[in-house]
Ligand binder design. Structure first.
Ligand SMILES: *Cc1c(COP(=O)(O)O)cnc(C)c1O
Length: 402
C-alpha cells in the first residue's frame, strides 16, 4: 500500500479483485476427481454409499465418538437430532450464532429462548442460561462460536441439575478440542457443518455425532425417511442424506486437514503480528493448550479507543475490495421471525448486542496469503491514522454497509 491514499479517500482499491470471507478451501483436485470417477463408475450416487460410509468411519476415528451420521447439511442435521432427541416446548440457545441454530427449532414449532453470552468468549454464559429456564424448557442447544468450546462443563452441570438435555451446534468446531477431548463427543449430540465456507467442506454437508446408541439409530432412520429396509418404514423421517459426491469432497478435505490447519494458523499469526499495538483493535485468542482450526479471524473494534466505529472500518475495507464481514450482526433475536415474536428479547442480551456491534471477521483460508494479510493490516492501520477524514467521508456517503 505504501503511501497511496485509502480508496475511500479517493485512492484506488488495494485489491483489484474482491477478497471474500469464507472462500472455500479446495483440497487435492486430482484426488477429488479420481473419487468422482469412482463413484460414477459404481453408479452409486447416494443412499449410504461407500464414500459416505468411509467418511463416517473416518470422522468417528478423528473425533473419537461412537456414532457419526452424515447429513446433507448441518441445518437438516440439527433438525433431525433435535427431533430424534424429542426436544420440545422451549430450548435455550445463544442469540450470538448463525440463524440456523434457532431456525432448526422454530421450524418444528419448538421455541428458541435466547440467552446472553460471556463477552470474553462469545459463547453462552451458563449463569444467564439458568435464568431462562421455565417449566416448558426441555434442553439447551449451545454453539461453539468460532470453534472455541462453550463452557461445556458449566452447561452440563445446569442440564444435569435441572433435568434438561444438552446438545451442541458444532458447525464451526470440526478439528477443535475442549480439555484435550475433541469436540463432537460432548452432550447428547453435536452437529458439524461441512458447508463450502466452513473449515472442512463437502460442498454442502454435515455430520451428527453421538455416543448414544438408541439416539444414533433413530437419527439414522430419520435421515432416510424412516426406512429400515426395502418397503419397511418404521419411523417418521425426512431426506437428510449426504450424496456420494459430497462425501468424496469431504474425504478429500479430511485428507488435507493438517495442511489446512497449518495454513489457517499461519494466517492467524500473520494477522496477530500485523494488527499488534493498534489501539481499539483486538484479535480474539485461541487457546494454545487446545486444538483449533483457526477458521475465523475475528477482530473486535472498540470505537471509543479506535476513534472509528466497526461499521466505518467495514466501509473502509469494502472500498478496498476486502469483503470483511460483520458477524453475527444484528444477532438472531433481531432477525425474523424472532424479532416479531420476542420484540423485547434484546433487553436481556446486552453483551450479545455489544459484541455484535464490534465484531469484524477478516478473510483467511487457502485463498489468502501473507502478503494480502500484511496489506489488510496496513489498511486497518491507515484507517485509524486517517480516522477523521474517513469518518467525514463516510458520514455523508452511502459507502457504509455495502
Ligand atoms: C453454518 C452454520 C450452520 C448451518 O450449517 P449448514 O451446513 O450450512 O446448514 C449452523 N450453525 C452455525 C453456527 C453455522 O455457522
Amino acid at each position: 500500500m505504501n503511501t497511496a491514499p485509502l480508496a475511500i479517500l479517493g485512492g484506488t482499491p488495494a485489491f483489484p479483485a474482491l477478497l471474500h470471507v469464507g472462500r472455500p478451501n479446495i483440497g487435492d483436485r486430482e484426488r477429488l476427481l479420481a473419487r468422482i470417477n469412482d463413484l460414477l463408475d459404481r453408479r452409486w450416487l447416494s443412499n449410504n454409499g461407500p464414500f459416505v460410509q468411509q467418511l463416517e468411519r473416518q470422522i468417528a476415528d478423528y473425533v473419537g465418538v461412537k456414532h457419526v451420521i452424515c447429513a446433507c447439511n448441518a441445518t437438516i442435521g440439527l433438525e433431525i437430532a433435535i427431533r430424534a432427541a424429542d426436544l420440545k416446548g422451549e430450548v435455550i440457545v445463544p442469540a450470538y450464532t448463525f440463524v440456523a441454530t434457532a431456525h432448526a427449532l422454530q421450524w418444528q414449532e419448538i421455541t428458541p429462548v435466547f440467552a446472553d453470552m460471556d463477552p470474553a468468549t462469545h459463547n453462552l454464559d451458563p449463569a444467564r442460561v439458568e435464568r431462562h429456564i421455565t417449566p416448558r424448557t426441555t434442553a439447551i442447544l449451545a454453539t461453539h462460536v468460532w470453534g472455541r468450546p462453550c463452557d461445556v462443563d458449566g452447561l452440563a452441570e445446569i442440564a444435569e441439575r435441572r433435568g434438561l438435555k444438552l446438545m451442541f451446534d458444532a458447525a464451526h468446531a470440526f478439528g477443535c478440542s475442549h480439555n484435550g477431548r475433541m469436540i463432537g463427543g460432548f452432550g447428547l449430540a453435536e452437529v458439524f457443518s461441512f458447508h463450502a465456507t466452513k473449515f472442512l467442506n463437502s460442498f454442502e454437508g454435515g455430520a451428527i455425532c453421538t455416543n448414544d446408541d438408541a439416539l444414533a439409530k433413530r437419527i439414522r432412520l430419520m435421515t432416510n425417511f424412516g426406512f429400515a429396509g426395502f418397503d419397511n418404514v418404521v419411523h417418521i423421517g425426512t431426506n437428510g442424506k449426504m450424496t456420494e459426491v459430497c462425501a468424496a469432497m469431504g474425504l478429500t478435505s479430511l485428507e488435507g486437514i493438517d495442511e489446512l490447519i497449518a495454513t489457517n494458523r499461519r494466517n492467524y499469526l500473520a494477522y496477530r503480528e500485523g494488527l499488534a499495538g493498534l489501539p481499539g483493535i483486538s484479535l480474539i485468542d485461541y487457546s494454545d493448550g487446545e486444538r483449533n482450526n483457526y477458521q475465523y479471524v475475528v477482530v473486535e473494534v472498540d470505537e471509543a479507543v479506535a476513534g472509528l466505529s466497526r461499521d466505518e472500518l467495514v466501509g473502509v475495507l469494502h472500498a478496498e475490495n476486502v469483503l470483511a464481514r460483520k458477524y453475527f450482526w444484528p444477532g438472531v433475536h433481531r432477525m425474523e421471525p424472532y424479532r416479531s415474536l420476542f420484540p423485547h428479547s434484546y433487553l436481556l442480551l446486552p453483551d450479545t448486542e455489544r459484541v455484535a456491534s464490534k465484531v469484524i471477521v477478516l478473510p483467511t483460508g487457502t485463498a489468502v496469503g501473507e502478503l494480502e494479510i500484511a496489506t489488510i493490516s496496513q489498511l486497518i492501520r491507515a484507517a485509524l491514522t486517517h480516522r477523521e477524514q474517513v469518518g467525514a467521508v463516510l458520514s455523508n456517503s452511502s459507502n457504509l454497509d455495502r
